[in-house]
Design a protein around this ligand. Structure first.
Ligand code: GDG
Length: 479
């Protein structure tokens, strides 16, 4: 009789744990976060006795141990915290991750700071993540690390003797070799990444950029074979797969929620405030990569060039507060306040405000109602790994009447480029023309474009993404 097959566990490592910890009526509560990644991974985590390792993101006051025990019982997978001091959070997260890697990887060299103290803390924190993961994992587990904050965890795990399969997914873009070379620690980062067995990117462009950098920087790395979704590299004795796996959303969940009575009512109520005009929607985290000032300028140009838009179109821009401790983000906030004020003062008339600009987080029902109510979505980042707002807008456009205006520099453009109106966000004139075209698009063209977009998102949802990534790791073709 053959011995029973040993169960392979799944360990996810990410900077933040996917939880919300808070107090309600004096007692501590813990609940899973609401992102698509958590929804997609939860069933897999349950089936594979999963463990999620990350920074809890709450102060030390919370009694984490009993809260995590309760979470494990309720959700069917476990959590493990990696503690960070305030100084580490500042240098590792706000500093190196968000002031060096984030702008560099989004092609915005002018926003980068290169600070050695921040780099040293980044190394130290990555080492700590690896130590916690090493202690918590068994020899048959599959360890899957997420995103640019944790590029070095795989290499530290190897130094600690890890023999398991190590995978990494990079949620943001990977820059061209010419840009990547500017990073003083380029060699350490790229040598860290090559220690994983599978390295996943969002787009073919990111995958190619990485391969060009790694083969230029690390002697002895060579391409062994190319397949549609991944390339195999040889590095010493090891074979490393480098693939592209465009991330997605839980399409069915978005579609069903958008069809609920609650959302339909909220959407109707929202549109009533706009008295029969069309609404162009922008929803973005406060971030200079999202191209919001450029979008305001394009909207202004559209009003200048096309007087028929006056009183017939408003831009509803939601900016979600983010990284507000970083000085650059405060400057961006002021810039947006000023631009919106100036454009409204220039074009506004009694009964018509051109830009409705709000700086806050929307509740989920409101988010969906915004998607459903608005005839146009303006998703125009200067660069974006994927951009899930674009996919969510399509899933929630249940009447098939929305027009998606999408930046050609969002990862999502690879999949949605045919149904969307693609724009270069730096091209104010071209974006203004696209806005005018969207407003005047007839119902038939809107429908056929939106149908194509929704089919694409439905077929390639986040559940398929998880299966695809895990199967590539296990050497099976994608289903
Ligand atoms: C990184 C990469 C990549 C936004 N406003 C509200 C709200 N949201 C939710 C959206 C969406 C998410 O936040 C934003 O996702 P994005 O993909 O647009 O952007 P990043 O946060 O920059 O994420 C990105 C992603 O990782 C996944 O790999 O696509 O390129 O940068 O889900 O719905 N949610 C609620 N209220 C809001 O006001 N509830």
């Amino acid at each position: 009789m053959s011995p029973p097959e040993k169960k392979k566990g799944l360990i996810i490592v990410s900077n933040r744990l996917p939880i919300v910890v808070g107090q309600q009526e004096g007692s501590w509560r813990i609940s899973p976060g609401s992102g698509g990644l958590v929804t997609a991974l939860a069933p897999v985590m349950k089936a594979k006795s999963g463990l999620w390792i990350g920074w809890p993101g709450c102060g030390e006051a919370a009694p984490l141990e009993p809260l995590f025990d309760r979470f494990g019982r309720e959700q069917g997978y476990r959590l493990q915290a990696v503690p960070l001091t305030a100084e580490e959070e500042e240098k590792f997260y706000l500093g190196f991750s968000n002031e060096t890697l984030w702008p560099l990887f989004h092609d915005l060299l002018g926003h980068c700071s290169f600070d050695r103290e921040n780099w040293l803390t980044y190394e130290k924190v990555n080492r700590r993540f690896a130590e916690v993961t090493s202690l918590a994992s068994g020899p048959d587990d599959f360890i899957w690390v997420h995103d640019y904050q944790l590029t070095l965890v795989g290499a530290y795990l190897r130094r600690l003797g890890a023999r398991q399969s190590l995978a990494y997914f990079h949620h943001i873009p990977f820059p061209s070799p010419d840009l990547f070379r500017r990073l003083p620690w380029r060699s350490e980062i790229i040598r860290g990444l090559i220690e994983y067995d599978l390295i996943g990117f969002q787009t073919l462009r990111d995958r190619r950029n990485f391969i060009a950098s790694v083969t230029a920087i690390v002697p002895g790395v060579e391409v062994v074979s190319r397949h549609r979704y991944y390339t195999q590299l040889r590095y010493g004795e090891r074979i490393v797969k480098v693939g592209h796996f465009p991330i997605s959303i839980d399409y069915a969940e978005f579609k069903n929620a958008a069809q609920s009575r609650e959302v339909a009512d909220a959407a109707w109520y929202l549109h009533e405030h706009f008295e029969g005009r069309q609404i162009a929607l922008g929803i973005d985290r406060l971030d200079y990569t999202k191209g919001v000032p450029e979008r305001f300028l394009a909207f202004e140009r559209a009003l200048e060039k096309y007087p028929d838009l006056h009183k017939n179109l408003s831009l509803l821009q939601v900016v979600v507060p983010s990284r507000t401790q970083v000085a650059e983000y405060q400057v961006l906030k002021e810039q947006l306040d000023q631009l919106a004020g100036r454009i409204n003062a220039r074009f506004g008339e009694p009964g018509w405000i051109p830009i409705h600009y709000v700086f806050r987080n929307l509740e989920r029902v409101q988010l969906l109602a915004h998607y459903r109510a608005c005839e146009i979505a303006l998703v125009t980042p200067l660069r974006d790994g994927m951009n899930l707002v674009a996919k969510e807008y399509c899933a929630a456009s249940v009447e098939n009447n929305g027009v998606l205006i999408l930046s050609e520099f969002a990862g999502a453009a690879d999949q949605l480029g045919k149904g969307a109106l693609l724009v270069n966000p730096y091209d104010v004139e071209g974006t203004a023309d696209a806005i005018h075209r969207a407003v005047n698009m007839d119902a038939e063209e809107r429908k056929s474009r939106m149908r194509a977009l929704r089919t694409q998102v439905r077929r390639n949802d986040v559940h398929r993404w998880v299966r695809w990534f895990v199967q590539t790791m296990q050497d099976q073709p994608p289903s």
